[in-house]
Ligand binder design. Structure first.
Ligand SMILES: *Cc1c(COP(=O)(O)O)cnc(C)c1O
Length: 390
């Protein structure tokens, strides 16, 4: 059968029909352990009852009215996000790339308010910020950009986790108005910077009066063992973007602002037809209430430690395993050989994993993964890695 879907994804030959927690079932009723969560989206697991109930109840009342009117669930979700993040205000979008577009527009308008004609943003090698023209231009991956030139201008690239490179650019380029960075690079290979990297960026942004903008689209919503990854550093960015797990599968993104970024936009500066609609916000509110009424975020930190310690023990004698690293439940196992084939091998044993940068096994299990599932994940994947690297 020919597909009428544009071939932008090399899809695996499996169709899932239902899920529960960290389990998924395909259309032949085969069960799989999901160690990817739909790429860091279903942090509460599949078919979470709180999300299910919230969107059922909301859809029975009202799906959409537009931002021409007051939206109670949008206000409530904003209040909850501000309470949990310490930020000041929020714009709701429908995706991560759109949230980053807001951040980029904030940086540009901030620059113009300071009399800078061509504001520029410092971005990182190996970063990922999305697939719209501006966000793919910000992204540090030539494969994603190739074929879509001319790119959007106004981005200056430096290596990740390199403060002196940022200092050099800041001292030479007076058009810089913001730094956009992921607290941990996801698509870039689960790259975890020095523990004071974000603190040093905060200091530089204050010194140069520019915006510190964090892309927490993958690291946010409990994934790293804090609600937001910057909370490991006791700092507050000026801008923080969210999406992925905010709706646990219902599309919603958000751009949070604080300090000097909170008052940049005025009426008419940005908009979205769907952004912050009642359905999406009811899902977001259910997610945040569930996280704040449970200890799932603490569990993410603990489970991440347990999983990594177990992998380290099982794989310690394997010379092809270069590094096992994690922040909470954002886990990377780096090999010295290409291992994209492991995705199919794992699928055949009923396990969903992902490979980034060809050599890094990326695991993003749901925060609700239980002890038996953790054992299954570690045993199955360790065996696959041992066989593959023999
Ligand atoms: C997934 C992701 C994005 C893009 O989000 P979309 O919802 O796919 O547009 C941007 N930044 C990071 C860090 C991501 O992980």
């Amino acid at each position: 059968m020919t597909s009428h879907i544009m071939p932008t994804y090399a899809r695996l030959a499996v169709t899932f029909e239902k899920g529960e927690g960290a389990w998924l079932w395909d259309d032949k009723n085969q069960r799989y352990l999901d160690a990817l969560s739909g790429i860091a989206v279903c942090n509460l697991g599949h078919a979470h009852p709180a999300v299910h109930t919230a969107i059922c109840e909301q859809s029975a009342k009202l799906l959409h009215t537009s931002n021409l009117y007051q939206i109670k669930s949008q206000e409530k979700l904003a209040d909850k996000l501000i309470e949990m993040s310490g930020m000041t205000n929020v714009f709701f979008s429908n995706s991560g790339a759109e949230a980053n577009e807001v951040a980029i527009k904030l940086a540009r308008k901030f620059g113009h308010s300071k009399g800078i004609e061509k504001p520029a943003i410092i971005v990182m090698d190996k970063s990922f910020h999305g697939r719209t023209l501006a966000t793919l231009s910000a992204t540090g991956n030539a494969k994603i950009q190739h074929g879509f030139e001319p790119l959007v201008e106004g981005f200056v690239r430096v290596p990740y986790n390199d403060i002196s490179a940022i200092k050099t650019v800041l001292s030479e380029n007076k058009s810089i108005t913001a730094i956009l960075v992921e607290p941990v690079q996801g698509e870039g290979g689960v790259n975890i910077p020095a523990s004071d990297y974000l603190n040093q960026i905060r200091t530089l942004c204050d010194e140069y009066d520019i915006l510190m903008m964090l892309d927490e689209i993958q690291t946010g919503i409990g994934r790293t063992g804090k609600f937001l990854a910057f909370q490991h550093n006791n700092i507050l960015p000026d801008v923080c973007t969210l999406a992925k797990a905010l709706g646990n599968g219902v599309p919603i993104g958000a751009c949070l602002a604080s300090g000097k970024a909170a008052d940049i936009f005025t009426a008419g500066n940005h908009g979205s037809t769907f952004g912050g609609n009642p359905l999406a916000c009811s899902a977001g509110l259910a997610v945040l209430n569930t996280l704040s009424e449970s200890d799932l975020i603490t569990q993410a930190a603990e489970k991440g430690d347990v999983i990594c310690a177990a992998f380290k023990e099982k794989l310690q004698t394997n010379s092809h395993v270069l590094n096992i690293r994690h922040l909470g439940l954002m886990i990377g196992i780096e090999l010295d050989i290409t291992c994209t084939e492991l995705v199919g091998k794992a699928l055949n044993t009923g396990l969903l994993i992902n490979i980034t940068q060809d050599k890094v096994i990326r695991l993003l299990p749901p925060l609700v993964i239980d002890n038996d599932q953790i054992t299954q994940l570690v045993d199955t994947l360790s065996t696959l890695i041992q066989e593959y690297t023999q």
